[in-house]
Design a protein around this ligand. Structure first.
Ligand code: DC
Length: 240
């Protein structure tokens, strides 16, 4: 019976899915990747995968356990106690499970953002997440966003987008988003955080953020959400 199950499973996925159906969206912090990707996923019936949340979960573990994100040896050693998994719910969308616990509520702080960018430089951290990301894309039609999706995780993606906007623009959007949620926010410090993270994510030796040669550049500085989603849907339908 197991053998037959295997054959059916295999046929089902071979017929319905290859890795190359995927859509890769990369870009700097605050470019609106997750908002846009979520909307597009809904429009075209894809599953949205936020890889930044996985890096954030690892960073959160380090912060919570007093492990210095700048200490590569300690971070790498601690990884053996870290298990990251994704789950999905109707209400919350993607849920990141850190050792079985839903950590969505804890991974968006400025401290975890900075720690995620720091720990994402390390080979051990990236290797831990790479297989997980590829396995998800092998099973489902995904829109996956991050920094190295088109260049490294899914080099055969059907469509690659490099989504960006000026640093001023990205900082202002994040500022307004926080204010809307009634949270305290300082535009200058948000901008400084964004620039520091860009710097680190673009200049690390392993899988740095950069536009893949076959990625389509979408600069959203002068676009609203609807316009960006429409542009990406057009790229999805026409390939350009
Ligand atoms: O997309 P985000 O802002 O949630 O990502 C948080 C950090 O994780 C980002 O500053 C760098 C790292 N990251 C990465 O190195 N590679 C990815 N594919 C996604 C995120």
């Amino acid at each position: 019976l197991d053998h037959i199950k295997h054959i059916i499973y295999d046929k089902y996925f071979r017929r319905n899915k290859t890795m190359s159906n995927s859509i890769a969206i990369d870009g700097p912090a605050g470019a609106g990747k997750s908002t846009i990707a979520k909307n597009l996923a809904r429009e075209i019936g894809y599953m949205y995968v936020d890889t930044g949340a996985m890096y954030r979960a690892i960073a959160y573990y380090m912060v919570k356990n007093g492990i210095d994100p700048e200490d590569e040896a300690k971070v790498s050693a601690a990884l053996k106690s870290v298990d990251v998994m994704l789950d999905y719910s109707e209400d919350d969308g993607q849920i990141v499970l850190l050792n079985g616990e839903n950590v969505n509520a804890y991974i968006r702080t400025p401290e975890v953002s900075a720690a995620a960018s720091a720990t994402a430089k390390y080979t051990a951290v990236r290797e831990k997440l790479l297989d997980l990301q590829r396995n998800i894309a092998a099973k489902k039609n995904v829109i996956m966003d991050g920094r190295d999706i088109g260049t490294n995780v899914l080099p055969d993606a059907m469509i690659k987008i490099y989504l960006t906007a000026s640093a001023d623009c990205r900082a202002e959007r994040r500022f307004l988003e926080l204010k809307e949620k009634g949270m305290d926010a300082d535009l200058e410090s948000i901008k400084a955080d964004i620039i520091a993270r860009d710097e680190q994510d673009m200049n690390r030796p392993i899988a740095p953020l950069k536009q893949a040669p076959d990625a389509i550049l979408v600069d959203t500085s002068d676009m609203n959400i609807e316009q960006v989603v429409a542009r990406l849907e057009e790229i999805y339908r026409n390939g350009r």
